[in-house]
Design a protein around this ligand. Structure first.
Ligand code: WTA
Length: 639
């Protein structure tokens, strides 16, 4: 890249080959964003064209009204003529000695059709919800696409989530079918996924459990309820007619953490999501026919859904998915994978980058990364030093780094500089994607000046892939997104600022969401999990900065009854209720928690007590003695 002041630009060679190289795209899109998106939508095959591009009945909106579509038809039938035997998917298993699985577009097409027919035979109909609790194996993609083929709604639950976390989600979707596996590898250990699934479906409506044989290990198997994947697809024909879906029919529900303890089901729809998935991947990762793309996210998150499934497939791109941990069995496993498959575009999270940087020389030895031409980052703010390390050591100062901002709710990337245009500035995520209108507002709802921090909001007509609602919870939908600045402005819950070039920097969340290694969780969710312990009276969780993971949780508890090994017990409680992604770093026993007179815990004070920052305004605090006490306890324990 070329450096000018504190900005970077793509080289002439990169620019020449890029899909978009002319800044005029921004102006053109801005003039009429609805038209812009409608033009992009034309690229897809619609069984019936939409009658109206956009309709707004705040806080609800629709895109491509009256249009009929199927995303799998656009992935397969639309692509097959040119790419029948092109590799779609490369699956890298965790054990080094195991062979990868490689599926062409045509292979995947037949697998999806067979499984779709199998699901139909089990009675799954259009609109039915199907739970998917699978590790990163090809069947997770086949399952999602098979649901989409027949118009069933998939809801993927991250395979490392605990049985309890699975149950809450299954209860909310009322899924009657769950697809899982007999286990998977994680850091050389077999994870007993089926046993977890069995626990998770207790007290849900699940009647059938489809089990993929990944490990071949012994698992509990309940006759009449459990059925092997192989038996579902056996003798099923290679073709299943795609369901004719309305633009606004649900494609999937994905749960994410919001401001309160219970996760919310983000509803994404067939039409708008397809348009966004097709185009954001193409223009931001600048995919060409010979690219090998690797996004390291698990399918349990939105990044997995969009950029390890729908977006590369819609674009006919070859991509890699990986079962294991990036530093297993050696810290350079991820670099080996880049070498092995000649990955050209690599997309990962700042946490992973910081971890690679920590391993330093050990991971760089013997890897030249010559095949790479573009790098991406997602999930949390990337600090300048991580950005520089990524850019220099992995990208060899050659590859543009697209820092991409988006959310489970937005379905696709919305802020990033386009690789053929730039500019790129370390720690700044970039410019709004063409056709999106962002604003940064102060407390009074007025646009901020460059450099001034405010709330990041999205203005009408939003984007085609923005969530349509929270499943079965209209109140939460209204309160979370459409209340802060009124029903016509989408509130992202992020704080941000702009530099004088218009580049946006994401400062962090304004709500109680914390990002642990890029995983989204709320302090309320953790508190609810910990409070379930019979000896705990009350607790407060705050996220504090961490050098590798970005943020980690710290817990303050008030006990009813003495607990031996308090930290172990609290960590165990989180493990049981949520899973291993959000384990507390420290646990403090306290007599009381700092509260406002109306009884709200002042988490800001707890966080600052921990980090040693100025405490700020304490005038609303009802019990100053608690602050003194906690200060002492932290001091003692930190020693
Ligand atoms: C944060 C992940 C800074 C942000 C795709 C957002 C980021 C939340 C970035 C959504 C980025 C995501 N820079 N912060 N490039 N990308 N975030 O739903 O706070 O897991 O609101 O979606 O992650 O997290 P989610």
């Amino acid at each position: 890249m070329i450096k000018k002041g504190n900005l970077y630009y793509p080289t002439k060679e990169f620019k020449e080959k890029a899909w978009v190289k002319n800044k005029a795209v921004y102006k053109n899109a801005q003039r009429d964003p609805k038209r812009f998106w409608a033009d992009l939508a034309e690229e897809l095959v619609w069984f019936k064209k939409w009658k109206k591009i956009f309709e707004h009945k705040p806080p609800y909106f629709k895109w491509f009204l009256g249009g009929k579509i199927n995303i799998t038809y656009n992935i397969f039938e639309r692509n097959l003529a040119e790419r029948k035997n092109k590799i779609a998917l490369i699956w890298e298993p965790e054990p080094l000695e195991e062979r990868p699985r490689i599926l062409s577009y045509y292979d995947l097409y037949r697998e999806v059709n067979r499984f779709a027919n199998g699901l139909k035979k089990l009675g799954v109909k259009k609109g039915d919800r199907v739970g998917i609790y699978l590790p990163m194996i090809p069947e997770v993609i086949i399952s999602m696409l098979a649901c989409a083929r027949i118009g069933a709604v998939h809801s993927v639950v991250f395979s490392a989530f605990s049985p309890q976390a699975l149950r809450i989600r299954l209860q909310d979707t009322e899924a009657k079918i769950l697809i899982t596996a007999d286990g998977y590898w994680r850091r050389g250990k077999v994870i007993p996924l089926k046993q977890n699934a069995d626990k998770g479906i207790e007290n849900t409506k699940v009647k059938k459990v489809i089990v993929v044989q990944r490990m071949g290990n012994k698992i509990p198997f309940k006759k009449g309820r459990d059925i092997w994947w192989e038996d579902v697809v056996k003798e099923q024909p290679d073709y299943c007619k795609p369901a004719i879906m309305d633009s606004e029919d649900i494609l999937f529900i994905l749960y994410t953490s919001g401001s309160t303890g219970k996760p919310k089901g983000c509803v994404h729809v067939c039409g708008g999501y397809s348009v966004q998935a097709l185009w954001t991947g193409k223009l931001i990762f600048d995919w060409k026919d010979n690219d090998i793309f690797w996004s390291t996210s698990d399918m349990g998150w939105i990044t997995g859904h969009t950029y390890s499934c729908y977006s590369p497939l819609l674009n006919g791109v070859t991509f890699v998915i990986f079962e294991g941990a990036p530093d297993w069995p050696k810290p350079d496993r991820w670099a080996q994978i880049i070498d092995k498959y000649g990955v050209t575009v690599f997309y990962t999270a700042p946490t992973a980058i910081r971890m690679f940087a920590k391993y330093g020389k050990e991971v760089l030895k013997g890897h030249k990364f010559e095949t790479l031409r573009l790098l991406g980052s997602v999930g949390e703010p990337i600090d300048e030093s991580a950005w520089q390390w990524y850019f220099k050591e992995i990208g060899k100062s050659r590859c543009p780094v697209v820092d991409t901002w988006w959310q489970t709710e937005t379905g696709g990337i919305l802020i990033t500089s386009l690789p053929g245009i730039g500019p790129f500035r370390p720690a700044y995520t970039g410019l709004p994607f063409p056709g999106t209108r962002f604003e940064i507002l102060d407390d009074k709802g007025k646009p901020t000046k460059p450099g001034q921090e405010g709330a990041l909001v999205l203005l009408p007509p939003f984007v085609p892939s923005l969530l349509r609602r929270i499943y079965k919870n209209p109140k939460k939908y209204l309160n979370t997104y459409w209340s802060e600045y009124g029903k016509k402005i989408y509130f992202t819950s992020d704080a941000a600022l702009r530099d004088k070039n218009g580049l946006i920097r994401i400062v962090g969340r304004l709500d109680d969401v914390i990002k642990i290694a890029g995983h989204r969780i709320t302090t309320g969710e953790l508190e609810a999990a910990i409070n379930l312990h019979p000896s705990i009276a009350e607790c407060a969780v705050v996220g504090i900065p961490d050098k590798i993971k970005g943020q980690v949780p710290v817990v303050f508890v008030i006990l009813k009854k003495k607990i031996k090994n308090l930290k172990e017990v609290v960590v165990g409680q989180v493990l049981k209720e949520i899973g291993p992604i959000a384990l507390p770093k420290e646990v403090y026993e306290v007599e009381s928690l700092p509260k406002t007179r109306s009884g709200k815990i002042m988490r800001r004070i707890l966080r600052r007590l921990f980090t040693g920052e100025e405490l700020g305004d304490l005038s609303t605090l009802a019990n100053p003695e608690s602050v003194r006490e906690i200060k002492k306890i932290i001091k003692i324990q930190k020693k």
